[in-house]
Ligand binder design. Structure first.
Ligand code: GTP
Ligand code: MG
Length: 232
């Protein structure tokens, strides 16, 4: 169990805390994607995760400070912690496969099913094809994943935790989308008469736009002082 401040953290005031979960088969690189994002670190002899860990990093989005609380669990069934606790309160999910292992991509629909069974139905989801540095071993064409993501209404990016390619972009895409949804909801809450004025401001500028999502309750944004801590 770890909880780090994350590089770039300071003791500034926090406007939002967003919980995001990482899921996908074992060895696709979930823990290394998180290490890259939270600490700008990478290890080639990363050990399989046992149970649940989370790390945080605070970013500024549209002049607000957003603390991303990223949860990581074992891809291996026998090491996984109780599923419902893992997904509770999550507003974002990163669904990771390894572009060199076809099977990890073929399992994505199962992960999506689990997510849809346990997580909030309005959760923002990004599909991630990791290990693009191993292009010569590629087993999943980009188009297959693009097509799948479009069909399922997911964001999609290919990353390399090793080379630090698109990792930042992947997190920013999810967090900005969540931020826009929450912000828009606040606007609507501030002015109920303006319900129809939904504006065109939810697009994060990613190559795929996610489906239109409205997060219903205030419970979806975890205020810093009330947030759930690390135990499961
Ligand atoms: P579990 O904890 O078992 O679910 O696995 P995981 O998805 O967390 O995988 P982990 O991050 O531990 O990475 C598995 C292996 O892949 C390690 O040897 C990593 O160094 C390696 N790896 C992770 N990301 C990359 C990447 O972008 N490129 C390359 N070449 N190797 C990577
Ligand atoms: Mg891991």
């Amino acid at each position: 169990m770890t909880s780090g401040g994350g590089y770039g953290d300071s003791s500034q005031k926090i406007d939002y805390v967003f919980k995001v979960v990482l899921i996908g088969d074992s060895a696709v690189g979930k823990s290394q994607i998180l290490a890259r994002f939270a600490r700008n670190e990478f290890s080639l002899d990363s050990k399989a995760t046992i149970g649940v860990e989370f790390q945080t990093r605070t970013l500024v989005i549209q002049h607000k400070s957003v603390k991303a609380q990223i949860w990581d669990t074992a891809g291996q069934e026998r090491y996984r912690a109780v599923t419902s606790a893992y997904y509770r309160g999550a507003v974002g999910a990163m669904l990771v496969y390894d572009i060199t292992k076809r099977q990890t991509f073929d399992h994505i629909p199962r992960w999506l099913e689990e997510l849809r069974a346990h997580a909030d139905k309005n959760i923002v989801i990004i599909l991630i094809g990791n290990k693009t540095d191993l292009e010569d071993q590629r087993a999943v064409p980009t188009e297959d994943a693009t097509e799948f993501a479009q069909k399922e209404g997911l964001f999609f990016l290919e990353t390399s935790a090793l080379e630090s390619t698109n990792v930042e972009n992947a997190f920013t895409t999810v967090l900005t989308e969540i931020f826009n949804i929450v912000n828009k909801k606040n606007l609507v809450a501030d002015d109920n008469n303006n319900g129809g004025q939904s504006g065109g401001n939810t697009n994060s500028g990613s190559s795929l736009s996610g489906k239109k999502i409205i997060i219903p309750g205030p419970a979806q944004v975890i205020p810093e002082k009330n947030r759930m801590c690390c135990s499961t």
